[in-house]
Design a protein around this ligand. Structure first.
Ligand SMILES: [Zn+2]
Length: 286
């Protein structure tokens, strides 16, 4: 159980936990309605402003919100990123990994948890945008691939909460390969008739959208999330046309049929678990 969730359970939210959970610079003001955020209130509201703005949160928060009593077992933590290409840049990748890990306490941008959601046993993968933009390098791809293998082997459903800028440029084609690998694994999951629910959060852009995000049996989005493959700026420059209002937001995508449901964070757990119970009841996994 995460610290902030435990504090909620105890009725005493902590400002230090709150500040760690909310991206720096936005924690004190809602970017949507500009009102000052009261720390204890926003924690109790699962990091959603009264105006409906969903603050970006990480894997620890989703695990706490979605798993029963916030309890889970983390799998595949031993798979860690490596600087395979000796990538240089403003900060060499090897050094960047060390500093990101020290700062975030994470080992990479996605974590795999096994637990129960309203009693349904499942695997939940959640991404951490704070770790190099939630980008999918070889370790993230491998963790997801093994999570899918685990679901096939143990016949339990899969839920992936995506929040990512896409491929990790410092791993070049090793990163791009993860798209094919995870997409292929999801096809095998489908063949095994095991349910996969994809949750798209703000932002889910690039390779993760294409390889995983849009491949759910049911694709759920949080309200007003920015979801797409190429960004609006690139599309506008390529097509030379102005883009429609709300382009690539959850509501626009649902209207166009790319997203099945838009669910507020407070209702995510009950919605996902109800859907899984319905699917499993109708088509038991055997
Ligand atoms: Zn607001």
């Amino acid at each position: 159980m995460s610290k902030w969730y435990k504090k909620i359970a105890e009725g005493i939210p902590s400002s230090s936990i709150f500040k760690k959970s909310i991206p720096e610079g936005v924690w004190d003001k809602c970017p949507e309605c500009k009102t000052k955020i009261k720390e204890d209130k926003i924690v109790f509201q699962l990091f959603v402003c009264s105006c409906g703005h969903h603050f970006r949160i990480g894997s620890e928060e989703y695990f706490s919100i979605l798993f029963d009593e916030g309890k889970y077992e983390e799998l595949f933590r031993e798979i860690v990123p490596k600087d395979i290409l000796h990538f240089e840049g403003p900060q060499p990748y090897k050094e960047r990994l060390v500093s990101e890990q020290a700062e975030s306490g994470l080992t990479d941008a996605a974590r795999v948890g096994k637990g129960r959601m309203n009693g349904v046993e499942l695997i939940l993968v959640a991404m951490d945008f704070s770790f190099i933009g939630g980008s999918m390098g070889s370790a993230v791809g491998e963790r997801i691939a093994r999570a899918i293998d685990y679901c096939i082997q143990h016949k339990i459903p899969l839920v992936i909460v995506s929040r990512s800028v896409g491929a990790r440029m410092m791993e070049s084609f090793y990163s791009l390969m993860q798209m094919a690998k995870t997409a292929t694994k999801l096809a095998l999951l489908g063949q095994a008739a095991i349910p996969f629910i994809s949750v798209l959060t703000d932002p889910t852009i690039g390779g993760v959208t294409a390889s995983i995000g849009m491949k759910g049996d049911i694709n759920i989005a949080e309200p007003k999330a920015n979801i797409g493959y190429a960004g609006p700026k690139v599309i506008k420059e390529s097509t030379g046309k102005d883009l429609p209002k709300g382009f690539q937001r959850s509501e626009f995508l649902m209207e166009k049929g790319f997203v099945d449901m838009i669910i507020e964070r407070k209702n995510l757990k009950s919605t996902i678990s109800s859907l899984l119970q319905l699917i499993i009841e109708k088509e038991p996994i055997d």
